[in-house]
Design a protein around this ligand. Sequence first.
Ligand code: CO8
Length: 258
Amino acid sequence: MGLLLYEEIGHVGILTVNRPEALNALNSAVIDELSAKIDAIALSKIRCLIVTGSGERSFVAGADISEMKDMTREEAENFSAAGNAAMEKIERLPMPVIAAVNGFALGGGLELALACDIIISSENAVFGLPEVGLGIPPGYGGVQRLARIIGIAKAKELAFTTDRIKAPEALALGLVSAVYPIEELMDAAMRMAEKISANSPMGVWAAKVVANSSVGMPLTKAAGLETPLFGECFGTTDQKQAMTAFVEKRKPEPFAGK
Ligand code: CO8
């Protein structure tokens, strides 16, 4: 079995971190495979990606502590840089990415979920940034991304205290969009992914680009970011046929992605 599992069901890709013996902790081999796989997915025809972990206990319990333990400063910087590059690749994928968090999402595991567009979780999910208790800061962009979602004060609190939060609190904070019994999580992720995939790929892509590029910008700069992408969509048959169908009071054809 590989360190990553990947399958496609219709327009949806499912990527599973597969080191259940270490609660799916990210070692450098996983990060390298992840990076290469994301490159391939970026060029694929899928319209939505689900990221999850093997088993029913853990999404990803962080970066691999056994591997990090004896790293030199240079090795640690390289490890952080490789992980950060992989997280950025996920964030920049042209299709939306749903993290289906099925248990522990700690340290690098939470950071992986945060690089995805939407997080849903199982009831047994646990989120946290334990890094400062190991003598390091979060190293895969966790504080920065968490602050943008739940606010900087709460993000600092979680990073400085290493407190773990459970699914209901994560839901209340807006970190996760929905919580399901573990046995229903993947079906719920598939339903959401299929709903996204049924919409126009270019419209969804444009909305993702605008959302990501506007984060942190003042509204005066962010307003209007969509204008060229909005125009670009009018060169697609998807836009023409969907709007024509509306005007003719019928359902649009399935979107072709053209
Ligand atoms: N790394 C390596 N092995 C791990 C990790 C991990 N992060 N997490 C769990 N494991 C292993 C355990 O060692 C154990 O292996 P074994 O069976 O061989 O002893 C197995 O998984 C099962 O774990 P436990 O027996 O500990 O299971 P419990 O149910 O008792 O506890 C916990 C589950 C609470 C999740 C516990 O395993 C734990 O605390 N894990 C570590 C969580 C953590 O601190 N994560 C953050 C790591 S640091 C990080 O992510 C930094 C990211 C940025 C890096 C940037 C580069 C510098």
